[in-house]
Design a binder for this molecule. Structure first.
Ligand code: GAL
Length: 688
C-alpha cells in the first residue's frame, strides 16, 4: 500500500480539474450500549429518496453495521442558499439510523463548498501555483487561509453542532475530509510571510538560517519572500510545509471550537487522514483532535500486511492511542492503475489487520454508489439497484466477528517495547534532495519494520520528540534532521539503558534544514564513538559481510569511521569503489547504560532479517510468540483482563501455530489449547 494513493489523489486534484490508552469509548446518553468494535459505512442519504433509507439501514443492520458516517459532502443540501439551513432531512436520517441500532459520525462538509458560495465569493477558491483559480465541479476547491471561507466553515459547523451536538445517536464528528491541497494566492503568501516574521523575528536571523547569501537570495523585506514552487531554498521549503501544517491546524480548530461550543463532550472529534501522505505534519494537525482516523485503501494489487500494519502504527502514533479506520475499500477502488477487486476473504483479513494494529472501527466507503458523480466505478456494499453485492456476505461475517469478540477487545490497545521514529521534516528533506532517484525512504523504513514486526507483536511509530521511556529499542531509519531537543531526547533514552539504531542519512541537518557544521550523526557522534566520513549514492552493489552475514548493499552506502577504541564494527564493506573497501558499514557502541548503533548501508532482506534478530536480542525485547510460520501475523492488544492476541493467517494455506501457553480462541469458540490451526486468510482472537 505505501500510499502511492496520496500522489494519485493529489494528481487527480491538481490535474483533473483536479500509549497508550485505548481510544475513547464515549458514553452515549442514549440507552444503547456502544459496541466494543465498530463496523460501519459511509452513507449518503442526500443522494437517495427518503423512501429508500429504511431499506438501506435494514440491510446495514443485517450486516452488523453499527455506525454510518454521513454529511461530509452534503453542504449544498444542508445550506442550499446562503444562511438558509435545512437539517430536517439529516435529523430524520439520524433518528432512522438510531432505530436500526446504528450510531452516526457526523462529517462537516467543508471539503465541498457549494456553488452559490464559491460563485458569490470567488476569493474562497484556492489558487494554483500558476495563478489560476480552481473552478467549481470537483471537491477540495477551497482556500484554507481565506478568512471568509473559514467564517462559512465556522457557521456551518456551528449550525450542525446546535442541531446534533446533543443528539444521543451522534457519537462523534469528522472535520472536513482528507486535507490535501494548498492555495498559492497573495493572501496565503502574506500570511506565510507573517508566520515567518513571528518565528524568526528578524530578517537577519532568517537570512542566516537559510544561508540566503547563496545565489543572492538575501531578503530585505518580508514581502519579498515567495511561496516555494518546485525546488527552492531548503530552509524556505521546510518552513512552507510547517506553515501549511499550522494553517491546516488552525483551519480545523475553527470548526473544533464551533462544535465544542454546542456539543456534548462525549462526542469526539477526528479527521480522516491518508496514511503516509506528506502534505503536512500530521503530528501538528492531530494535536487538537480527540482521536486520529485514516482511510485505508490498497489501490491496485493485494493486501501487503507489513505496509498496512506500518500505516496503522503510523496513525496510532499521531495521538499515541487507538484510532479508527474511517474508510476502507469494499473490494475495489476506482482511482488506481488497475482497480482489481480484493480476493474473497481478503477484505475480512484486512479488517482484522486494522483491529490488530489498534483500530476500534472499520468503515467501508461506500454503502452504495451514487448514480452520478465522479466515483461510479468504486466498490460498494450494495449495487445501484439497492441489493447486496457479492462482498456483502463477507461484511456480514465481519459484523458477526465483531459482535462475538467486541467485548473481549473493548478497552484494549497495543503496547510496544519497540518504537520507530518518523519525522515529517526528515521525510521532506530527503525527498527534496534524494541524491539518487532510487532513494525511497519509505521502502528503507519498511526494510527495518518488516523483519522486526515478524519478531515482535507490536511496534509504535512516533514523533522523534515523543517520550521514549518504556521502550527497549528505538529505530530511526531516516532521521535526517536532528534538532537539538530531539538529540537530547535520544541521548537520554540511550543513557537510561535503551538501544537506539540509526539508519543511513541520520543526523545530517539542523531544524532549519541546513547542514550541521559537523559530520553525521551530528550531536550523536560522540555517543556513537564514530562518525560518517562520506556518503555514496551507489550505481553498483557493494558487498558487505560480518555479524549479519554476507549481502549486497544497494542504493546507498556511508563510510563510517570509528572514533572510540570500544566502538565495535559489526559489518564491513567488501571490495567495491575503493573508498568503501574494508571500511565499517555498521558500528555499535555502549553509551551510558544503553547502546547506540549506526547502520550506514541500505541492506537487503537477508541481512535485515539477521539485523532485526540482533536488535531484538541485544535490546532484551520479548515477545510471547516465537517461531510463527511465515505469513502469519501476531498482534497483541492489552487490557485490564490481560493480553488479547489477534493471529491472522495471511497465506492461502492452512497453518498450524504453536501457542506460548494454553489459550482459548474467542472467535471460533474453541476450548483451551496450546496449538491452533487457521484456514487460509482466517483469524483467531486468543485469550488465556
Ligand atoms: C477517499 C475519500 C472518499 C472517496 C474515497 C474513494 O479518499 O475520502 O470520499 O472518494 O476516497 O476511494
Amino acid at each position: 500500500m505505501m500510499r502511492t494513493r496520496s500522489l494519485v489523489v493529489l494528481c487527480v486534484l491538481v490535474f483533473s480539474c483536479l500509549l497508550l490508552s485505548a481510544a475513547p469509548v464515549p458514553q452515549t446518553s442514549s440507552n444503547q450500549q456502544q459496541p466494543g468494535l465498530f463496523l460501519g459505512t459511509a452513507w449518503y442519504p442526500e443522494q437517495w429518496p427518503e423512501s429508500r433509507w429504511d431499506a438501506d439501514l435494514q440491510l446495514m443492520q443485517n450486516a452488523g453495521i453499527h455506525f454510518v458516517r454521513i454529511a461530509e459532502f452534503a453542504w449544498s443540501t444542508m445550506e442550499p442558499q446562503e444562511g438558509q439551513y435545512n437539517f430536517d432531512w439529516l435529523e430524520k436520517a439520524v433518528s432512522m439510523a438510531q432505530k436500526h441500532g446504528i450510531f452516526v459520525v457526523m462529517g462537516t462538509p467543508t471539503a465541498a463548498p457549494p456553488a452559490w458560495l464559491t460563485s458569490k465569493y470567488p476569493e474562497t477558491l484556492r489558487m494554483e501555483p500558476d495563478g489560476q483559480l480552481v473552478k467549481h465541479g470537483n471537491r477540495q476547491h477551497f482556500d484554507f487561509t481565506n478568512a471568509r471561507y473559514r467564517e462559512f466553515c465556522r457557521q456551518i459547523a456551528t449550525e450542525m453542532a446546535k442541531r446534533f451536538g446533543h443528539n444521543p445517536n451522534v457519537i462523534g464528528w469528522q472535520i472536513d475530509n482528507e486535507y490535501a491541497t494548498y492555495s498559492y494566492d497573495p493572501e496565503t503568501q502574506r500570511q506565510f510571510q507573517q508566520w515567518l516574521k513571528k518565528k524568526y523575528g528578524t530578517l537577519d536571523s532568517l537570512n542566516q538560517h537559510w544561508t540566503t547569501a547563496y545565489w543572492s537570495q538575501t531578503y530585505d523585506t518580508w514581502e519579498e519572500i515567495p511561496i516555494p514552487v518546485g525546488y527552492n531554498n531548503p530552509g524556505l521549503m521546510l518552513e512552507w510545509k510547517r506553515f501549511v501544517s499550522d494553517t491546516y491546524r488552525s483551519y480545523q480548530k475553527v470548526q473544533i471550537d464551533a462544535i465544542h461550543q454546542y456539543a456534548d463532550p462525549r462526542q469526539w472529534i477526528t479527521h480522516n487522514f491518508m496514511g503516509w501522505f506528506d502534505g503536512f505534519d500530521h503530528y501538528t494537525v492531530s494535536a487538537d483532535l480527540d482521536m486520529a482516523s485514516w482511510d485505508n485503501y490498497v489501490g491496485s494489487g493485494h493486501l501487503d500486511p507489513a505496509g498496512q500494519g506500518m500505516t496503522h502504527d503510523l496513525t496510532r502514533g499521531f495521538k499515541r492511542k487507538n484510532f479508527w479506520v474511517m474508510e476502507t475499500q469494499p473490494g475495489n477502488v476506482n482511482w488506481h492503475a488497475i482497480n482489481n477487486v480484493l480476493d474473497k476473504g481478503e477484505v475480512r483479513e484486512m479488517a482484522w489487520g486494522d483491529i490488530g494494529h489498534g483500530a476500534d472501527a472499520v468503515g467501508y466507503w461506500q454503502w452504495r454508489s451514487a448514480l452520478g458523480g465522479q466515483e461510479q466505478y468504486h466498490g460498494t456494499l450494495v449495487g445501484p439497484d439497492g441489493t447486496p453485492m457479492p462482498l456483502y456476505p463477507e461484511v456480514v461475517q465481519i459484523g458477526a466477528d465483531f459482535a462475538k469478540v467486541g467485548d473481549v477487545l473493548r478497552g484494549t490497545s497495543p503496547v510496544a517495547q519497540v518504537a520507530f521514529l518518523y519525522s515529517y521534516d526528515s521525510r521532506w528533506a530527503i525527498d527534496w534532495q534524494k541524491h539518487t532517484k532510487e532513494y525511497d525512504q519509505l521502502a528503507n523504513f519498511k526494510s527495518y519494520y518488516r523483519p522486526l514486526r515478524e519478531l515482535v507483536d507490536t511496534i509504535d511509530i512516533v514523533n522523534p520528540s515523543a517520550p521514549l521511556d518504556g521502550y527497549k529499542l528505538v529505530v530511526a531509519p531516516n532521521l535526517n534532521l536532528l534538532p537539538e531537543p530531539v538529540a537530547k531526547n535520544l541521548l537520554a533514552f540511550v543513557q537510561a539503558g535503551g538501544h537506539l539504531v540509526l539508519g543511513p542519512r541520520s543526523g545530517m541537518k539542523d531544524e532549519y534544514n541546513a547542514l550541521l557544521p559537523e559530520r553525521q550523526p551530528g550531536p550523536l557522534a560522540p555517543a556513537l564513538g564514530a562518525h560518517v566520513e562520506q556518503y555514496y549514492a551507489l550505481d553498483e552493489p557493494v558487498p558487505v559481510a560480518g555479524d549479519f552475514g554476507s549481502a549486497e548493499s544497494k542504493i546507498w552506502a556511508e563510510l563510517l569511521k570509528s572514533d572510540a577504541p570500544d566502538a565495535k564494527t559489526l559489518e564491513t564493506y567488501g571490495k567495491s569503489n575503493g573508498w568503501l573497501d574494508g571500511q565499517p558499514a555498521v558500528i555499535t557502541h555502549n553509551y551510558g547504560k544503553g547502546t547506540i548503533t549506526y547502520v550506514a548501508a541500505w541492506l537487503p532482506d537477508n541481512a535485515m532479517n539477521s539485523l532485526a534478530k540482533w536488535m531484538v536480542d541485544s535490546s532484551g525485547v520479548k515477545s510471547a510468540f516465537t517461531n510463527v510460520p511465515a505469513g502469519v501475523e501476531v498482534c497483541r492488544r492489552v487490557g485490564k483482563a490481560g493480553d488479547v492476541f489477534i493471529v491472522i493467517n495471511h497465506t492461502k494455506q492452512s497453518q498450524k501455530i504453536a501457542l506460548p501457553y494454553a489459550m482459548k480462541d474467542q472467535l471460533h469458540g474453541t476450548g483451551s489449547s496450546q496449538e491452533i490451526e487457521l484456514q487460509a486468510r482466517d483469524v483467531a482472537v486468543l485469550t488465556k
